[in-house]
Design a protein around this ligand. Structure first.
Ligand code: AMP
Ligand code: MG
Length: 312
C-alpha cells in the first residue's frame, strides 16, 4: 500500500524516518517528483535503480536541504561556488569532484569520481531533506523510459508498488528537469539543458562548453562519462586466470574471493558493484574476472556496465 500524504510535519517526519530506514520516498521538487533514498546507503540506492527498472546505471542527483551540506561530499569552490550562490535553491545541478573519502554510495555516482548535487527550491523537499539529515539520492520518480512525473498521481500510477510514501506537494512549478552543469574541467560544461536557461548560467560564469550539436540526440545521461576499470575485465568467468582477481557472485563461488552477493541477490550485487570493482582495479591485478551474473532485474544494468568495460 502506498501512502499519499500532504506535506504536514507528521508526514515529513514519517517520510524522513522511512528514508533513514533504507526505504524509498517520492517527494515533490520544483522541477519534477523525485524518488528518494538515503544516498549513503548502498542498498537503498540499489533499490532506486530496481524501482525504476533502468537497464543501465546512470549516476543519480544527490539532494541537500542547504548548500552547506554539499561540502561533506564534494568540493564546492571557484565557479561552482558562484553558481551555487546565484541559483540555489533552484533547478540547477552541479557535477563536482567527489571528496575522498565520500560518505555517498559509489553506486549513486555510477562508479565515477564525480557527484551530481542540487539544493531544490521547494518547501516540502526542503523540510524532508532537513528532517532526514542525510544526502538524498533522487532521480525522477518514473519508470525508465517514461516521462518525468509532475504530480503525485503520476508517481502513484507508474511507481506505486515500489514506494511506501509519496509526499503530495501538488503540481511541480517548473515541470522540467534541472539543468546539469559539470564543473570538473577547466570550462564549465552543459550536460543537460533544463529548468534554468544556459544563458542565465553563462551570465554568471561565462561561456559554457556545450555538447557537439551534431552528436547523438540529447537524452538523459547525455555527455555522462562512464566509469571503466583500468585493468582488462572478463565476463562470465568460471575462475580467475593467472594474475587475475576473481569477482564472485552467488553461493557456488570459491571462498575468499570478494562476492557481489553470496546469496545471489541482484540488488545486493548492485549495491556492492562499483566499490568491489574499484577495490580490485589495482596494479597488483593483471585483470578482473567476473563470474556470470543473471541478466534479469538489476543484473541487466550490471551486465551492461560489465560489457562496456570488457570491450573498452
Ligand atoms: P535524473 O535521473 O532524471 O534525475 O537525471 C540525472 C541527470 O544527471 C542525468 O542526466 C545524469 O547523467 C546526470 N548526472 C548525475 N550525476 C552525474 C555525474 N557524476 N556525471 C555526469 N552526469 C551526471
Ligand atoms: Mg529522469
Amino acid at each position: 500500500m502506498t501512502d499519499i500524504l500532504a506535506p504536514t510535519p507528521e508526514a515529513i517526519t514519517e517520510a524522513a524516518r522511512h528514508i533513514l530506514d533504507g526505504g524509498l520516498v517520492a517527494f515533490p521538487t520544483e522541477t519534477v517528483y523525485g524518488l528518494g533514498a538515503d544516498a549513503t546507503n548502498d542498498e537503498a540506492v540499489a533499490a532506486v535503480f530496481a524501482a525504476k527498472g533502468r537497464p543501465a546505471f546512470n549516476p543519480l542527483i544527490v539532494h541537500f536541504a542547504e548548500a552547506a551540506g554539499v561540502a561533506d561530499v564534494a568540493t564546492l569552490d571557484g565557479p561552482a561556488a558562484e553558481l551555487a550562490g546565484a541559483f540555489w535553491p533552484g533547478a540547477l545541478t552541479l557535477v563536482l569532484p567527489r571528496r575522498d573519502p565520500c560518505p555517498v554510495s559509489l553506486l549513486a555516482s555510477a562508479g565515477l569520481d564525480t557527484i551530481a548535487v542540487r539544493v531544490p527550491h521547494h518547501r516540502a523537499a526542503h523540510d524532508l531533506l532537513a528532517a532526514a539529515g542525510c544526502p538524498v539520492a533522487a532521480p525522477s520518480a518514473n519508470p525508465s523510459g517514461r516521462v518525468s512525473p509532475t504530480t503525485a498521481a503520476h508517481v502513484a500510477e507508474a511507481l506505486g508498488a515500489a514506494v511506501r510514501v509519496i509526499i503530495d506537494g501538488g503540481p511541480c512549478r517548473v515541470g522540467l528537469e534541472s539543468t546539469v552543469i559539470e564543473l570538473t574541467g577547466t570550462i564549465p560544461r552543459l550536460l543537460r539543458p533544463g529548468g534554468i536557461p544556459a544563458e542565465d548560467i553563462e551570465a554568471v560564469v561565462g561561456p559554457l562548453a556545450r555538447p557537439d550539436p551534431g552528436a547523438a540526440p540529447a537524452s538523459p545521461g547525455m555527455g555522462t562519462r562512464h566509469y571503466a576499470p583500468g585493468r582488462p575485465l572478463r565476463m562470465n568467468a568460471a575462475s580467475a586466470g593467472a594474475g587475475e582477481a576473481l569477482l564472485a557472485f552467488g553461493p557456488d563461488a570459491p571462498e575468499g574471493a570478494p562476492n557481489l552477493s553470496p546469496t545471489g541477490n541482484l540488488e545486493e550485487a548492485a549495491a556492492n558493484f562499483f566499490a568491489m570493482i574499484r577495490a580490485l582495479d589495482t596494479p597488483d591485478n593483471r585483470g578482473i574476472a567476473v563470474m556470470p551474473i543473471p541478466d534479469s532485474g538489476l543484473g541487466r544494468a550490471i551486465n551492461d556496465r560489465l560489457r562496456r568495460a570488457a570491450s573498452a
